[in-house]
Design a binder for this molecule. Structure first.
Ligand code: DGJ
Length: 725
């Protein structure tokens, strides 16, 4: 049983293949955290409990006759606000009496096979109840009567669990949730480093690593989306943890809006980790009888380093997050016209793209921004989702038929959450955008954000999308989102509900994505937000792939893809070969292979030589698809740590094939350089297909391969494909 309860000691133990998570119902119903880490057989962990004797000025519970116990010092599962625990709280509720003290204590629990879905929210899913087991702990704040149900679902096979919280108001008073964290873990040491993914437009998900010392460190977004700037991912790792060794605890928030992750060291040597909706700008009114569900946090433990943590996320997400017809199916190799044409295209021009695509073995043409309204630049027409037939040379159906007749599938771009200032929709409904009456509406890219907290707004936009998608043969949609939210308010909500708008907005987006994927189950949805500004598991629940970055320079892409891979699998990373100049097609292809693969250029401009390279690449895409998309990733040389080279490899699950890729970022200074490979079977022999050389797995992993290549220049790269004999 992955979840067990020892009724004598009142201890819960959540076991996976490689981890244990233990907590106890202590006196007065306090939920005391005892342990999270490598799998242990023990149940008696009471000695492990923090001792409270350091805490003289801190208030204690008058009913507990235990000098070792103090809310200021002990480790808790769901700490409240203002009741003796001075660290960051997991929950604060503005009560009917005007006070926001909260103190949730154990009431009851139940353990069952399976995992409940979270209403209106994306979450990990299972196909049958044997795949996960759930512990629900009902807690209650005695004074207000407000209840909180803590959900812990264990994915035994994956060393992973999920956590979320449902707040219920059975009282007769309306209250306001001011703060709700979906997960809190009190580590009894702060001897860790914190790894987070930071960035900006064109430079998403760079890796930051810093020790946890005596100051609180947090990452967050209050932009209305998960953002380019900080990803809702963080890992707490041993100080000396590397790719192959050490404890690593990964946290990832299944949510696409404002978030907060914080590692808060306490004065006694521990650290509290919390993750949830960013309390800044958040509030939720809860009337009598209502409930509120907080999104889910995924927690992965690895005792074998950061690499193994990533591989667990990858496998877990491939099986239990990505859904729908495309979850396991080979994705189409596409060409997108954006970088080649911007909005300056015609139907005829795109047909030539499709003709060239056919010659090269590409499967799909994606028509990006500019096909609707009067959209010849970014100043107008978002919201006016009516086909520009003049531009396409006739009705959309006829245009798509021309593409399909070539044997090429067709995909289209939308930015459904936006309205241009210059649009018929905005002129008709100026109050349909997010705004605060009386305040200037800040503009970004000449557009405002539609108020997706309003059903009529969502319904209107969806009816237009539905019309286009149901009347035309469209196999793919790129769903874009190109600005942050500001002056966040809704014309449809009363004053006391205005702090709900950020979250209601995200729920509205999820509702439309849900309708879209349910109405068009065969559609492949690719999420995008000015590149990778909304690369999060919430989006991955609806769209199995996300455009990783607008930066398609293969050298820049290395650090973006390395960072992204800390938690997201290769199958989710939109990666295209573009006309960028810093490296040749070979390197551009080698880097884009570590993703969904496609092209983002004008294929009419290829030379004969380019065409041959691309045909070869298309063949490689097919040859290596399974190793990359179903195999295990090993990051060998990170561009975040090495100035000269980056290297990574994929190994098939049965270890019978491996693909090593190495990119020279700057001509290396070393004379000879040996790289130890990873993940192979040390008892097998592997042949390098190109050279015919045979090596044992043991040799490749212990002595390594010499990666120096004569004549390698900046931006050059090579692959080595190894096949077990
Ligand atoms: C931003 C996206 O990241 C690009 O790929 C492209 O779709 C443009 N938007 C179109 O406006």
């Amino acid at each position: 049983m992955p979840v067990s309860f020892d009724s004598d000691q009142r201890i819960f133990k959540l076991d996976t293949a490689g981890s244990s998570y233990v907590f106890q119902i202590y006196d007065e119903g306090y939920l005391v955290h005892l342990y999270y880490g490598a799998k242990i057989p023990d149940i008696n962990l009471s000695l492990h409990k923090y001792k409270g004797w350091f805490c003289s000025p801190a208030p204690v519970n008058i009913n507990i006759d235990d000098p070792d116990f103090s809310p200021d010092v002990n480790t808790f599962e769901f700490p409240g606000e203002g009741t003796g625990d001075f660290r960051e709280s997991a929950i604060a509720i503005g009560n009917a009496d005007g006070n926001n003290s909260t103190d949730f204590r154990y009431v009851s629990h139940r353990i069952y096979d399976g995992k409940p879905a979270l209403k209106g929210l994306p979450s990990l899913h299972i196909s049958d109840d044997s795949q996960a087991q759930t512990l629900e702990v009902l807690t209650c704040d005695k004074v207000t009567g407000i209840q909180a149900v803590l959900y812990y679902t264990v994915f035994e096979e994956f060393s992973a669990m999920t956590r979320s919280v449902k707040v219920i108001n059975p009282s007769g008073n309306e209250v306001e949730i001011e703060r709700i964290m979906s997960a809190c873990v009190d580590f009894n040491t702060r001897d860790f480093d914190l790894i987070t993914l930071y960035g900006k437009w064109g430079k998403e998900r760079s890796v930051n690593r810093s020790p946890i010392t005596h100051t609180r460190q947090s990452v967050s977004s209050k932009r209305g989306s998960s953002s380019h700037h900080q990803n809702p991912f963080a890992a707490i790792v041993d100080r000396d943890a590397g790719e192959e060794h050490g404890n690593a605890y990964g946290f990832n928030f299944v949510y696409s809006g404002n978030f907060l992750f914080s590692a808060d060291p306490d004065p006694y040597g521990g650290a509290r980790v919390i993750m949830g909706i960013n309390p800044e700008g958040f509030g939720w009114r809860l009337k009598p009888g209502e409930e509120f569900t907080a999104p889910e946090v995924v927690m992965v433990y690895s005792g074998d380093g950061i690499g193994a943590m990533s591989r667990t996320f990858h496998r877990l997400y491939s099986k239990h997050l990505i859904r729908g017809a495309w979850a396991d199916v080979k994705r189409p190799l596409l060409i997108n016209n954006w970088e080649a044409t911007g909005m300056d295209f015609t139907g005829d021009k795109l047909v030539t793209f499709a003709e060239r695509a056919k010659e090269l073995g590409i499967d799909m043409l994606v028509m990006d921004d500019g096909w609707f309204g009067r959209r010849d630049d970014d100043k107008s027409s978002l919201g006016d989702w009516f086909v520009n037939e003049e531009k396409l040379g006739g009705p959309l159906n006829d245009f798509i038929k021309r593409i399909n007749d070539l044997g090429i599938k067709f995909g289209i771009w939308f930015e459904p959450e936006m309205v241009s200032r210059d649009s018929d929709l905005y002129r008709l409904h100026p109050d349909w955008c997010i705004h605060v009456p009386g305040r200037e509406k800040s503009i970004a890219r000449y557009q405002y954000v539609l108020d997706y907290s309003r059903k009529e707004v969502r319904d209107y936009i969806y009816s237009l999308m539905y019309g286009i998608l149901s009347e035309n043969n469209i196999a793919y949609v790129k769903w874009d989102f190109n600005r942050n939210l500001s002056e966040v308010g809704s014309a449809a909500l009363p004053a006391e509900n205005q702090r709900e708008v950020f979250h209601r907005y995200v729920l509205g987006v999820y509702e439309i994505m849900d309708r879209l994927t349910s109405d068009f189950p065969g559609l492949l949805l690719e999420n995008c937000s000015s590149g990778g500004g909304r690369f999060d598991p919430g989006m991955l629940y609806y769209s199995p792939q996300i455009w990783t970055s607008d930066n398609t320079d293969p050298i820049e892409r290395l650090s973006i893809q390395f960072g992204t891979s800390l938690c997201y699998p290769a199958s989710t990373m939109g990666a295209h070969v573009s006309a960028s100049k810093r490296a040749g097609y070979e390197t551009k292809g080698n880097v884009a292979l570590w993703g969904t693969f496609g092209y983002e250029l004008d294929p009419n401009k290829f030379t004969d030589e380019d065409r041959e390279i691309v045909k070869h690449q298309v063949g490689e895409y097919h040859k290596y698809y399974d190793i990359i998309h179903k195999g295990d990733l090993y990051r060998l040389i990170s561009p975040h740590e090495n100035h000269w080279r980056a290297a990574w490899m994929f190994v098939s699950p049965d270890k019978s094939e491996a693909l090593l890729t190495c990119v020279v970022m700057r001509k290396p200074e070393d004379r000879s350089f040996y790289l130890k490979l990873r993940g192979l079977d040390s008892g097998k022999y592997y042949v390098d297909d190109e050279s015919g050389e045979v090596y044992s797995g043991a040799l490749l992993m212990n002595a390594g391969l010499c990666l120096n290549r004569f004549g390698m220049e900046d931006g050059d790269s090579f692959k080595i494909y190894l096949r077990a004999l």
